[in-house]
Design a binder for this molecule. Structure first.
Ligand SMILES: [Zn+2]
Length: 324
């Protein structure tokens, strides 16, 4: 978390009223905190592709509800977004395993952390691996049911959530903590939480996952998306153009063909199939192809070439561009 203020191309404000004007060159999007944010997100046309630009979430309310919306936005984006909380910019710091290899630790079922934890303590010694490995992390301490938290209290909570999210990061997923919320913190609650009582907890990970569902239901290749990707380097442009190449043409170039009866294509990697994919099983849709044996998700032309010919993305783009 630094004081440097980067330029954001997309600002998502949460709570309060929509800003009268957004900073120049910046698209602004507003989300309510009345529990309707998932509906609003779904209907907005905002996609995870939009949030690949430099995105700032501005939390205009110091409330638990605002934090849940933030978690959902992070889920939709598949990453922890920078945010402004209590008027302070909080940049997500990717904490890679500090201090080199760490010992494997047996995962604990539950770790309770005070929100006043500090970075150095969290990252020291075995703490990093403990928190990383734990099945569940609960932040306890400052969060009350008071809807009007002070900016300082709220900021502390947001920073603690971001830190825990960073420490618990795993490829392709974040594991957000739960918050222990109680009008009056009671030490005996800890035992109830350890016994599995979730009635005292607010589950930010569930909120994050709900946001992820919006991402999966939105078409990321939708041409009507809110804004085009910005700040593309020439290399990224080349790769995007390669990815947009007609996938059926690419399949033909990779010696595949379509079965005219079924409309399915022969897999471009027949060696992965016991029978060489004699009965074609690859499905083309939205300019992507998916072999049900080889692929977990549909591939665009660029990835298809990468997977089939074993080329780097850059070499695959050159190969795609070489088509006469
Ligand atoms: Zn295949």
């Amino acid at each position: 978390m630094t004081s440097e203020k980067p330029d954001y191309a997309l600002r998502i404000t949460v709570g309060g009223s929509p800003a009268a004007e957004s900073p120049e060159g910046c698209v602004e999007f507003h989300l309510p905190v009345d529990g309707s944010h998932l509906d609003v997100l779904e209907k907005s046309g905002l996609t995870s592709a939009d949030t690949k630009t430099k995105t700032l979430v501005v939390l205009r309310e110091n409330s638990l509800a605002a934090l849940l919306v933030y978690a959902a936005l992070c889920g939709m984006s598949s990453r922890t977004l920078d945010c402004e909380a209590g008027g302070t910019l909080c940049r997500f710091v990717n904490v890679s395993n500090p201090g080199g290899p760490q010992p494997e630790v047996a995962p604990e079922d539950l770790i309770l952390l005070g929100v006043d934890l500090d970075f150095s303590e969290m990252l020291a010694g075995g703490n990093f691996m403990r928190v990383h490995a734990a099945k569940k992390v609960v932040l306890a301490g400052a969060f009350s049911t008071n809807p009007n938290l002070s900016s300082a209290e709220f900021l502390e909570i947001v920073q603690a959530v971001m830190l825990v999210a960073s420490v618990r990061q795993r490829p392709g997923t974040g594991r957000y903590p739960s918050l222990y919320v109680s009008p009056v913190p009671d030490p005996s609650d800890e035992e109830r939480i350890r016994q599995g009582d979730t009635s005292l907890l607010v589950d930010l990970e569930a909120a994050r996952k709900d946001g992820g569902k919006v991402r999966r239901s939105s078409r990321t290749d939708d041409r009507s998306e809110l804004m085009p990707p910005v700040d593309l380097t020439p290399r990224q442009r080349t790769l995007l153009a390669a990815a947009d190449t007609d996938v059926e043409r690419t399949l033909v170039r990779l010696n595949s063909h379509r079965n005219m009866d079924t409309g399915l294509w022969r897999c471009s990697r027949p060696g992965n199939h016991r029978n060489g994919d004699a009965n074609p099983s690859s499905h083309v849709e939205d300019n992507k192809v998916r072999c049900y044996k080889c692929d977990l998700e549909p591939l665009d032309s660029l990835r298809l070439v990468v997977e089939t010919l074993g080329l780097s993305p850059d070499d695959a783009a050159v190969w795609l561009a070489s088509d006469k």
